[in-house]
Design a protein around this ligand. Structure first.
Ligand code: ADP
Ligand code: MG
Length: 697
């Protein structure tokens, strides 16, 4: 059955060896199955026509019928183009060709009604279509034309005459052969419950739908299937891991109580308490924990992590904590140092810049079991780092680590898989979290420590800079500190640096009374650290920086975050930066500076920042604006190669698919029941061939 879909594309009638080669190298289409899954990215409705007067901005592709009134070649050399005017009984629009201008000019006829097809763009009060497709208008023919699929191709393919239309012809031929052979890949009860099209009809209609409704039904079915199988896979992974991974039983709380009663400097928030309970249940269960801890910037994840460490250490295990940057690793180390000393525990810091001698000492203490806590960067993953009894691995800011690195931390204990706690401050939209971390349990700290006031966020234009500076002066006079952040704008680091240094100079001139620090990514770590420490100690009042300060740095006295060229930052980054302030008891401010002219999307980002401080709302908007592929850290995971589903839009469907997968695995974990036969079959065929499946783990 599957062998048919594994047939090499060369065997399809009309596809020669050369063409097959081109399809393989350009589009990764090697087999019948690959071709069928090369879904069109949109369809053209060639039965609808617009009057020219109806044309509006933001319209997708349109068709208008009209006669060509004027046509002339304008410009010289490479700028030479053909400009024609198309007229119907309601108005005129412009048609422009940059390529083949002369050839087209020779063929355009006056007094012939054409159908012009393309995407309109607005220029002042006029509309123009670049490189329209032109056909002589024939009334009867157009009515019979249903939705036309449009396929992705490449320039190289087009040169070998494999354009979208050619691919459509191949698909049609293949579907005729394949239709009867397409197996159903979902069990009947799911098809009935969600009213899904049969698989073969879904494939037929995703390519050649008779109308929009069928197209939608086809997409729905294929999306559901795609998400269902991803979730099924992740859930199965989790079940297997749980069944085979015994975890150390870490259930001793005496160290925690000691800390709690004597040294805990504040009352934990309810959210922190709840999350600690959830983690404690895992740690003492005897099964290996794999848990994601989500909490907005400043929600107090470090303290949660520390208390979990104390449970582990009190129960006789060692712990590791990994951060994505040296600065952050150091900050964790410093923030815990005091408590660790008081409790009489041993902790070490291991980063890329740890000297060899210190390294050796750390290795020895790790192996003897004398070192309780090892904090560091991915230097922790190196071969020589061997624990005597690693019980808990904590990964901060998981976003910056790949899934593979997370797995490496599991392998640091031969006898048991250590418990893993992954912490992330970048709020990941639920839909994305489910796909990326579907194999993890999730805990959320959804509450900030008491007394925090939400950061007031405002948008100011560059020309109001003097007023903004006046405000900064007032804040400094009241004893507050200020961040001023510059984006990485130019392609070249040199220009970026110049930009930052110009900013630094102008700040120094504007604030002669205030000492200013400057930090950027190209400084030596020691120098960076020195400047950072000056600011932390309050000796400098203004910190001019690039985004190196984005992650983790904690200066409670800093109350203003000024972001220059705020339109150049993504939403997630803006939110992270804003999280640097508002950590003390004072009212804090975030000032987003931009030029007068900014894009529509930038405006939405800035308005979102002004409207809310809720990290999850911001993350959802970010996902909507950018699409999931751009969310930091998701690219390397490979699981976002979705064919039809769109995580930014199909969140609800993802949840339903996940629920369906949960119910099935609950009843039939091995998928042995007769009704689940299609699932098992499909998984086996996926294992043999494809792409998505193998990338997930
Ligand atoms: P994040 O979740 O961003 O890592 P941190 O753990 O750095 O946040 O905590 C931010 C600040 O809040 C730290 O200074 C920390 O000491 C403080 N903090 C944490 N929990 C509480 C609490 N329950 N009450 C008051 N302050 C707290
Ligand atoms: Mg943190």
């Amino acid at each position: 059955m599957t062998s048919f879909f594994n047939t090499k594309i060369d065997y399809l009638k009309g596809v020669g060896e050369r063409m097959a080669q081109a399809l393989r190298s350009e589009l990764n289409i090697a087999t019948y199955g690959d071709l069928l899954q090369h879904y069109p990215f949109r369809h053209e409705d060639r039965s609808q026509y617009h009057k020219i007067a109806e044309v509006e901005e933001d319209m997708p592709y349109i068709q208008v019928i009209g006669k060509v009134r004027r046509a002339e070649l304008v410009g010289e050399g490479p700028k030479k183009r053909l400009v024609a005017v198309l007229q119907d009984d309601t108005g005129e629009l412009e048609l422009v060709w940059f390529q083949g201008a002369k050839w087209i000019l020779d063929r355009l006829k006056a007094e012939v009604a054409y159908v012009a097809f393309g995407k309109p763009t607005r220029f002042g009060s006029k509309y123009s279509i670049a490189h329209p497709e032109m056909e002589v208008y024939m009334p009867q023919a157009s009515e019979a034309k249903p939705l036309q699929p449009v396929y992705a191709t490449t320039e190289k393919l087009k040169r070998s005459r494999i354009d979208s239309k050619a691919i459509a012809r191949m698909q049609k031929r293949l579907l005729q052969l394949a239709y009867d052979k397409i197996p159903e890949t979902l069990p009947l009860h799911l098809i009935e419950r969600y009213q899904l099209l049969p698989k073969r009809d879904a494939l037929l209609h995703i390519h050649f739908p008779e109308n929009y409704m069928l197209l939608e039904q086809a997409r729905f079915r294929l999306k559901f299937e795609e998400l269902f199988y991803i979730q099924l896979r992740l859930l199965k992974l989790k079940i297997t891991k749980m069944a085979k991974s015994l975890g150390l039983v870490l259930g001793d709380t005496k160290l925690v109580h000691q800390f709690y009663e004597r040294y805990l400097p504040f009352e934990l928030t309810n959210a922190q308490k709840r999350v600690i309970r959830e983690i404690f249940e895992d740690l003492r269960s005897g099964r290996q924990m794999n848990r994601l801890l989500q909490g907005d910037v400043g929600s107090g994840k470090t303290m949660v992590a520390f208390i979990c460490m104390l449970i582990a250490i009190g129960s006789g295990a060692q712990v590791a904590m990994m951060a994505p940057t040296e600065i952050l690793a150091e900050q964790h180390y410093r923030s815990l140092e005091d408590f660790v000393d008081k409790l009489g525990l041993n902790m070490a810091l291991l980063t890329g810049s740890t000297r060899k001698k210190a390294r050796r000492a750390i290795d020895e203490m790790l192996q003897s079991g004398d070192l309780h806590i090892l904090v560091g960067t991915h230097a922790l993953l190196e071969e020589h780092v061997q624990f005597k009894n690693l019980g808990l691995s904590i990964v901060d800011e998981q976003h910056r680590f790949g899934v593979a690195q997370r797995a490496k931390l599991w392998q640091k204990n031969d006898a048991y898989d250590p418990h893993v706690l992954v912490m992330t401050a970048t709020p990941i939209p639920r839909t994305l979290a489910m796909t990326l971390y579907g194999d993890l349990d999730v805990s959320v700290i959804d509450e900030l420590p008491a007394g925090r006031k939400p950061v007031k966020t405002v948008h100011r234009f560059d020309k109001h800079r003097l007023r903004v500076f006046g405000f900064l002066r007032e804040q400094i006079a009241e004893g507050r500190q200020i961040y001023i952040v510059y984006p990485l704008i130019e392609e070249s680091e040199k220009l970026d640096l110049k930009h930052l240094q110009d900013g630094y100079e102008s700040i120094r001139r504007a604030f002669p009374e205030a000492p200013v620090s400057c930090v950027h990514g190209r400084m030596r770590p020691a120098d960076k650290d020195y400047e950072m420490q000056l600011f932390v100690a309050g000796q400098t009042k203004i910190m001019v920086a690039t985004t190196v300060i984005e992650v983790g740095v904690n200066v409670p006295n800093a109350s203003v975050m000024v972001i220059e060229n705020a339109d150049r930052f993504g939403l997630a980054q803006l939110h992270q930066l804003r999280g640097r302030v508002g950590r003390g008891a004072d009212q804090s401010y975030c000032i987003l500076m931009t030029d007068y002219k900014i894009s529509k999307e930038s405006k939405i980002r800035i308005q979102t920042m002004e409207r809310t401080t809720d990290g999850f709302e911001i993350a959802d908007m970010d996902l909507k604006l950018r699409g999931p592929g751009d969310i930091e850290g998701t690219q390397q995971s490979g699981i976002l190669d979705l064919l039809v589903a769109d995580l930014s839009k199909d969140g609800k469907l993802l949840q339903e698919a996940r629920q369906a997968a949960i119910e099935i695995l609950d009843k039939d974990p091995d998928l042995a029941a007769q009704v689940h036969w299609p699932i098992l079959q499909h998984i086996q065929s996926l294992k043999k061939e494809t792409i998505n499946w193998s990338k997930i783990s």
